[in-house]
Design a protein around this ligand. Structure first.
Ligand code: BDR
Ligand code: CA
Length: 320
């Protein structure tokens, strides 16, 4: 059983990450925390509540950072719509938010649980996590691992260099990659393999019930924006890949690399500069790499294994 805190900005793929975490028996979801990203903090927090209402999920939900550490806010309305979760009818929240700030929820849990037993799973901009490290640096040594959706080593999706979660708050992302903890970067190179193809939608439909309808309605909207914005025939369900890795480590492979976030590039701000063989590089890179832990960079997804986990979790939540 792996304990996790899911820090997210729902978001269609964040919503599926929540449902996978809550529906899998090998994951103990300790809390859901939110961060401004795909939409404003208010909207993504309301969406987290709606997803939990749809899935019958009762874990604490706490709202986090309202915007990036230093940059202006940038949202993904073109992908996730005005609500941040356009498509399905959003159920009303069935309970109250945790009154604490998400930063305090993260710190309280990590300081109370046995060290080395809780994973952080950030699937939005890394603002809330960076603030938590800044407020209580001891959490770095207590986390079992950080499995984050963000970045890429070959491409971007906001610019050709930068992926959305990193582009939105590069300073926060750099603080997370620079901290001395075990980080897995689940970037676009991996998540673009996790596409919700028509056969996947058929499998989800076959689960039956209102939750399956909620998910297929989400995916129908997500499909239309991915087609319009990127020309993708099937939308990639990025964020759920992070949760899947903690359920089944064989769901994707990784390679270790030096990863740093570009903060000053004229065209490349928010790029995750990834060097798989830093020892073969110039002295400046070797020195920087020597000072930082290697990041595990996700490379190849076992797509069938991934979708089996998602469909299984939806089935379990439906039967509950
Ligand atoms: C990431 O950006 C968001 O729009 C998604 O939820 C995902 O976390 C993909 O670039
Ligand atoms: Ca997200």
């Amino acid at each position: 059983m792996e304990k996790i805190i899911l820090d997210c900005d729902p978001g269609h793929d964040d919503a599926i990450a929540i449902l996978l975490a809550a529906g899998n028996p090998d994951i103990e979801l300790l809390a859901i925390t939110t961060v401004a990203g795909n939409q404003t903090l208010e909207k993504v927090t309301r969406n987290a509540m709606a997803v939990c209402a749809a899935g019958g999920i009762t874990v604490p939900i706490a709202a986090g950072a309202v915007g990036p550490l230093v940059r202006p806010q940038y949202v993904a309305e073109d992908i996730h719509g005005d609500s941040g979760l356009d498509g399905p009818v959003l159920p009303a929240a069935t309970r109250d938010l945790d009154p604490r700030h998400a930063v305090d929820v993260i710190i309280d849990i990590l300081m109370a649980e046995e060290p080395g037993t809780v994973h952080l799973v950030p699937t939005g901009p890394l603002t809330t996590i960076a603030l938590a490290i800044r407020k209580e640096p001891r959490i770095v040594g207590r986390v079992k691992s950080v499995v984050l959706m963000g970045g890429a080593y070959t491409r971007g999706n906001v610019t050709s260099a930068a992926e959305f979660n990193i582009y939105v708050d590069p300073e926060a992302a750099e603080a997370v990659f620079a901290a001395d903890w075990d980080v897995t970067m689940v970037g676009l190179d991996l998540t673009h393999q996790a596409t919700a193809t028509p056969d996947v939608i058929d499998r989800i439909t076959a689960v039956g019930g209102p939750l399956a309808t909620f998910v297929t309605d989400m995916l129908a909207f997500f499909r239309s924006t991915y087609l319009e914005r990127f020309g993708f025939p099937d939308p990639p369900v990025h964020d759920a890949c992070c949760v899947a890795k903690l359920i089944d480590p064989a769901v994707f492979s990784t390679s270790d690399a030096f990863v740093a976030v570009e903060l000053n590039g004229r065209w490349t701000s928010g790029m995750t500069y990834t060097v798989f063989d830093p020892e073969l590089s110039v002295p400046e890179v070797r020195t920087a790499a020597a000072a930082r832990r290697r990041t595990h960079v996700a490379t190849t997804l076992d797509k069938d294994r991934f979708w089996d986990l998602v469909v299984d979790a939806l089935g379990r939540l439906t039967e509950k």
